[in-house]
Ligand binder design. Structure first.
Ligand code: FES
Ligand code: FES
Length: 163
C-alpha cells in the first residue's frame, strides 16, 4: 500500500512500487490530462509536479511518491498560463500541451520574470511534434507579464477585501 497526496487529496494505491506513476494517475485515478509520449523521460508529455518540482511521471515509480504531493494538470485551475495559452492559441494537436504547461508553471514559480533565454532553457526538454515552440514561448511571456501587472482571476470563495 502506497499513500500520497494527489491534487490535494490523500490517496492510496495497491500498485506495485515499481509501477510508473503515469499509469497510476491515468488508469487508477482516471486523470487523463497527463499524456504518454516516449515513455523514457525524453519528451515531457507526462510532466507532473512532485512536491512542487516538475518530473516525468513515465519514469518516476509510484513507490517513490510515498508521502509526497503530486499535482497534475487537472489541479492547475485558473492558472495564468492557461489563460495565456488560450489567448496565444498555442495548441495544435494538443498532445504535448499539459506537459508544457506543467513544465512552464515551475519556471514562473521560481522565476516570475524570466528572460527569453530563461524560457528557452527551462522548456528545452519538452518536445512538441507540431512545432508550437514560438507560441509556447509567447504564452509564457504573456503569463509572466500579466501576472506582474496584477491581473487577478476572480475567486468567488475569496474573502471580500473591501473594508
Ligand atoms: S512520456 Fe514521459 S517523458 Fe515522454
Ligand atoms: S501541439 Fe501537437 S505535439 Fe505539441
Amino acid at each position: 500500500m502506497i499513500e500520497f497526496t494527489l491534487n490535494g487529496r490523500q490517496v492510496r494505491t495497491e500498485a506495485e512500487a515499481d509501477t510508473p506513476l503515469l499509469w497510476v494517475i491515468r488508469d487508477e485515478f482516471d486523470l487523463k490530462g497527463t499524456k504518454y509520449g516516449c515513455g523514457v523521460a525524453m519528451c515531457g508529455a507526462c510532466t507532473v509536479h512532485i512536491d512542487g518540482n516538475a518530473y516525468r511521471s513515465c519514469s518516476y515509480m509510484v513507490g517513490q511518491v510515498a508521502g509526497k504531493s503530486v499535482t497534475t494538470i487537472e489541479a492547475l485551475d485558473n492558472h495564468p498560463l492557461q489563460q495565456a495559452w488560450i489567448e496565444e492559441q498555442v495548441p495544435q494537436c494538443g498532445y504535448c500541451q499539459s506537459g508544457q504547461i506543467m513544465q512552464a508553471a515551475t519556471l514562473l514559480e521560481a522565476n516570475p520574470n524570466p528572460s527569453e533565454q530563461d524560457i528557452v532553457n527551462h522548456m528545452s526538454t519538452n518536445y512538441c511534434r507540431c512545432m508550437a515552440y514560438v507560441r509556447i514561448k509567447k504564452a509564457i511571456q504573456r503569463a509572466a507579464t500579466e501576472s506582474q501587472a496584477g491581473v487577478n482571476i476572480f475567486d468567488p470563495s475569496a474573502p471580500n477585501q473591501e473594508a
